[in-house]
Design a protein around this ligand. Structure first.
Ligand SMILES: NC(=O)c1ccc[n+]([C@@H]2O[C@H](COP(=O)([O-])OP(=O)(O)OC[C@H]3O[C@@H](n4cnc5c(N)ncnc54)[C@H](O)[C@@H]3O)[C@@H](O)[C@H]2O)c1
Length: 294
């Protein structure tokens, strides 16, 4: 199926990076969020953020003209109706089944039957989200990684009804963007989130039990296992509210204690320490007053 115009729902940590990646590969993008100020922050991150276009121009990775033509392919809106002309919608709203369900149910009434729906959910089952629509065959998981502009993997999640044509289209779009798509079957957390979540929760528990401190756990993870970042650094990048939502969902679905979010994580989220995202007080290092080693 031909896709030229893509709607991105949510302009936060993931949404703006997904929009930028699509526009860089020549797609026309309409980015939707509930408030203009969120869209403005997303656009600011696309232009001037750490992985933004201006930095690429400064580093000689693209010309100013290329940057301007990428930016001209992205429009923003707070009107969901503006997504009606898109061939594909990629949803990157908060990790909350109710919010995502409402979005997909509204979009199902707005978009033509042919429009493909993809969710960037970290772990909510695709069969569950697809049930809010009448297009299970044109519904798929498209799980990007943070930062979307940089990370190569796209975990593509096949729901029980996802058609071969839908999968092929998403694989081909991912490849066109220079990503490596890998297809998995549906289940809570798919492969990547299920795998990483038990590791992150265990690190929080070991902190809670007093076995080792935040910096020590991060440093040991890098030195012992060659991970590019430790569990607390990674959590601050992902967003602790997202971590908590994912863990609660995973535990509810599997009832396996390994996925249960420890109290210490809830404490941080309830106190507004959500990680590096906009408007947060900071993350693990800030809550415990630990200086980040340069
Ligand atoms: N952060 C990560 O590292 C990461 C990685 C992979 C997948 N994900 C998944 O991507 C999704 C988005 O996560 P994020 O980290 O970008 O979250 P975020 O909180 O940074 O951004 C969410 C955005 O959605 C907007 N929003 C809220 N309600 C909305 C609605 N009803 N309609 C449209 N937009 C709405 C918010 O204003 C915000 O801009 C989640 O499902 C998350 O699990 C996150």
């Amino acid at each position: 199926m031909q896709v030229s115009k893509v709607g991105v729902v949510g302009s936060g940590v993931m949404g703006h990076g997904i929009a930028m990646s699509l526009a860089r590969s020549g797609f026309t993008v309409v980015m939707y969020d509930i408030k203009d100020e969120f869209l403005a922050k997303g656009m600011e991150a696309i232009s001037s953020g750490r992985f933004g276009l201006k930095g690429m121009v400064e580093r000689g990775k693209m010309t100013g003209d290329e940057m301007n033509s990428i930016l001209s392919r992205i429009s923003t809106t707070t009107e969901m109706g503006a997504l009606s002309g898109c061939n594909l919608i990629i949803e990157a709203a908060p990790e909350d089944r109710k919010i995502k369900g409402e979005i997909f149910s509204k979009l199902d009434g707005i978009c033509p039957e042919s429009t493909l729906f993809a969710s960037n959910t970290s772990g909510i089952m695709i069969s569950d989200l697809a049930s809010f629509t009448k297009r299970g065959d044109r519904f798929v998981g498209m799980h990007w990684f943070n930062p979307p502009q940089v990370m190569k993997l796209v975990e593509i999640v096949r729901g029980p009804e996802t058609s071969g044509e839908t999968l092929e289209t998403i694989v081909s779009i991912s490849t066109r963007m220079g990503k490596t798509p890998i297809t998995v079957n549906d289940g809570p957390g798919f492969f990547t989130t299920r795998f990483i979540n038990s590791w992150l929760m265990e690190a929080y528990r070991l902190l809670e039990y007093g076995v080792a401190g935040i910096r020590e756990i991060d440093e040991m993870s890098r030195l012992a296992f060659g991970f590019p970042m430790g569990p607390f650094e990674l959590s601050d990048l992902i967003g602790l509210d997202t971590m908590l939502h994912v863990a609660e969902y995973m535990f509810e679905e599997t009832k396996e204690p390994a996925y249960a979010p420890p109290t210490v994580l809830k404490k941080l989220v309830l106190s507004g320490y959500l990680g590096k995202k906009a408007g947060s007080k900071g993350g693990w290092y800030d809550f415990y007053g630990i200086e980040v080693k340069k």
